[in-house]
Every structure is written in structure tokens, then in C-alpha cells.
Design a protein around this ligand. Structure first.
Ligand SMILES: *Cc1c(COP(=O)(O)O)cnc(C)c1O
Length: 376
């Protein structure tokens, strides 16, 4: 029944993933911080099966964007803590409780509906509170919170404050602004009673970029997404290579046919490429429907037998054309690496992101529907 995915597949390097987890946990440990794996969007396109592996290797907490993502992790048997980062509607609160998820409360409506629904069920729910220190997205501005909000929380038999968080908007690019966000967060925390009235809670603000660039901001939890998958949050691969983090995702396809075109022959929709000489071309099964951005047209290189070769012309919906003139004896069926390593050569996510003017996160997510092969 299952298509074997022999045209196009994603290889998940589980050894690299385990290595990254242990490396990041060790590094976090130096700052007395704990790694929370951020695994929204199908674990950044790698597929939620990897989250169970991470749990087996010792990851205790993960963050997801939605209640639905949290429930899906429970369905596959993930037993660690699941923090729902991206908000929820009141009709999702039953699922939050039934699946033992920990919601982040980012606005008054969420807090109110949570207390009400949980009270109705006669239960207590752990939650984290989100403070907006300059992202302008979810979270409370300090000035909007009533001075005694925390007293109400302590007194509520239904709500149990387990964490307070904020999120940086440009840790990868703006030191000054990140430091000001961090300062505001610390100020907010310092305004809370320090006399033990509040239960112990976890403070957290760092994503991968902040974790790697500002070790002093790690606090109790470090929310790591892209670094866990061995990809740089800044687009500069050195940042993760220097910490020995390794890419987890590879994208491979195969040559469907080969032919030689004469000089001055046009290739692809819109004739955006014209051969300048006799050119041996190969067609491979990957296009924008499978997640390869069309904006990479005429800007992409792939690996064939460990050599870099250019892709030619406009990327189609399910196919593209590559130049294999330099590859002696290349055959139909041979593997082409679009992302990943072949011997000494490597195409990295950061390279693709740079070539089409986006961030590495978007490249990873774009391949999320490609058939996975878990390699141990
Ligand atoms: C996605 C996300 C992260 C992780 O970001 P990376 O850059 O992938 O490390 C951390 N915190 C929150 C709130 C997020 O939404």
C-alpha cells in the first residue's frame, strides 16, 4: 500500500540527532539550564516520530505550536511534558486536560476560560505565563497586568503557575534589542514577590539563536528548535558547526532520464535557461509541490556522485532539470542529493536559504511532506 518513496525521500540521521541533543544538553547544563525541544510543524519538517526518539534519549520537555500537535504527540506515545506555545481556544481546553498538555497563557481570555473550564471539571492545570517584552505578538505587556495578578493565580485552586516566559524577536541579528528584551524580562520577574508566596516556577526566554549567542540568557529552560536539527538560526553555518552540531535532514531524489541537448536549446517553463554548449541534462523528481521553492530556479546546485552540478531553468511542479555534463557514465536511477552530504561535498539548509532569500527554518518546514526514511 505504501509508496516506497523511491523517487524522492528524506533521510533522518538519528545518530546526528542524538549527538545534537546530548551536545546541547551538556552545553545547557553548563548554565544550569534544561533543554526544551521545540518540535512544532512536525519537528521542523523531520516528522513527529523523531520526538519519541528524543524522549528515549532523555529529552523530558517539548514545545509545540498547537493543541492538535500536542495531542498527536500523545497519540504516538510521547510521555514527556508538552508545552503548547501558540495559544488555544476555549473549546480546546478539554483536549489540553485529557492529554495532559501544559498551555502557555498569552492573553486574558485564555486565562479566564482556562480557570473556568478547569474549575468546572474540578481539576487543576499547570500553565506558563507569556510576557511580551518587544515581540508584539502573543503575551501580556507588563503594564496591562493588574498589580495583583499573581495573588489571584496563587489563590486559584484551578491554576498552577509553572513557568514564566518571553520570546525574542531578533536574537540572531540585534544584540542591543535582545539585551533590552532580556532586561525587561528580568525587571518583570524582579517585580514579583520574592518572599516565597509564589510557587517555584521556570523562567525561560532563549531560542536557538539566543542560546548560542547569549549564554547568560539561558535561565531555567532553553527552548531549542533549529539547533537541535543541526541547522544555524542565523543562516551562518559556522555557528552550529563550531559547536559540532550536525544536520539531521537530507533530501534525495533520483535521475529519471538523461539526454543530450544541443547548444542554444531552451530548458524549462518560461525558457529562463538556454544552453550555451552541448549539454547532458537529467530530469529528477522534485519540484515546488514537494517543497523546493520555485525561487531557487537557476540558483540551485545539487550533488551527483559527490560533485556539485547546477540545476537548469525554472523549477516545475514535480520535476527539475540538472546539468550532468561533467559526470562521466551517469545513469538513470542514480541518487541525487538536494540537501545533505556526499563525501567531501555538502549542500546545507543554510545555503538553500541564502540562495532564495529566506531563513533556514522555512527551508526545513517546506520539506515536511516528503516521505521519511529513518536511518539508524
Ligand atoms: C519556535 C520557537 C522557538 C524555537 O526557535 P528556534 O529558532 O528554532 O530555536 C522557541 N520559542 C518559541 C516561543 C518558539 O515559537
Amino acid at each position: 500500500m505504501e509508496n516506497t518513496g523511491s523517487h524522492l525521500w528524506m533521510e533522518i540521521d538519528t545518530q546526528a540527532l542524538q549527538h545534537n541533543l546530548l551536545t546541547l544538553q551538556k552545553e545547557a547544563g553548563r548554565s544550569n539550564s534544561e533543554v526544551m525541544g521545540v518540535v512544532k510543524a512536525d519537528a521542523y519538517g523531520h516528522g513527529i516520530e523523531v520526538v519519541k526518539l528524543l524522549f528515549d534519549w532523555g529529552l523530558k520537555r517539548v514545545g509545540v505550536a498547537t493543541v492538535e500537535e500536542g495531542c498527536n504527540l500523545r497519540k504516538i506515545g510521547f510521555r514527556g511534558e508538552i508545552l503548547v506555545l501558540g495559544g488555544f481556544f476555549s473549546e480546546e481546553i478539554d483536549s489540553i486536560l485529557d492529554n495532559d498538555l501544559v498551555p502557555v497563557v498569552s492573553c486574558f481570555e485564555e486565562g479566564r476560560s482556562l480557570a473556568e473550564k478547569v474549575g468546572h471539571r474540578g481539576e487543576t492545570v499547570k500553565f506558563h505565563l507569556k510576557i511580551d517584552t518587544g515581540m508584539g505578538r502573543g503575551g501580556f505587556l507588563e503594564r496591562d497586568l493588574p498589580a495583583d495578578w499573581w495573588r489571584k493565580v496563587i489563590q486559584s485552586p484551578f491554576l498552577s503557575l509553572a513557568g514564566i516566559m518571553t520570546h525574542f524577536s531578533c536574537a540572531e541579528s540585534d544584540r542591543e534589542y535582545t539585551e533590552s528584551q532580556f532586561g525587561q524580562f528580568l525587571t518583570f520577574l524582579s517585580h514579583l514577590p520574592q518572599d516565597g508566596t509564589l510557587p517555584p516556577f521556570l523562567r525561560h526566554c532563549s531560542n536557538s539563536a539566543a542560546f548560542l549567542l547569549f549564554p547568560e540568557m539561558r535561565l531555567d529552560l532553553s527552548r531549542l528548535g533549529i539547533a537541535l536539527f543541526g541547522v544555524s538560526p542565523t543562516g551562518d553555518a559556522r555557528l552550529v558547526v563550531d559547536c559540532s552540531l550536525r544536520p539531521v535532514m537530507a533530501i534525495k531524489t533520483r535521475i529519471k532520464n538523461i539526454k543530450t541537448l544541443p547548444a542554444n536549446f531552451r530548458v524549462g517553463y518560461g525558457s529562463t535557461f538556454v544552453t550555451s554548449r552541448e549539454t547532458k541534462v537529467a530530469v529528477v523528481s522534485l519540484g515546488y509541490a514537494q517543497g523546493l521553492f520555485r525561487s531557487l530556479s537557476n540558483r540551485l546546485e545539487v550533488l551527483v556522485r559527490g560533485k556539485r552540478v547546477p540545476a537548469l531553468g525554472t523549477i516545475s511542479m514535480d520535476q527539475m532539470v540538472i546539468d550532468v555534463s561533467g559526470i562521466e557514465g551517469v545513469k538513470r536511477g542514480e541518487v541525487v542529493t538536494v540537501l545533505g552530504r556526499e563525501g567531501e561535498e555538502e549542500i546545507r539548509v543554510e545555503e538553500l536559504a541564502h540562495r532564495c532569500g529566506t531563513i533556514p527554518h522555512e527551508i526545513l518546514c517546506s520539506f515536511r511532506r516528503v516521505t521519511k526514511k529513518i536511518c539508524r
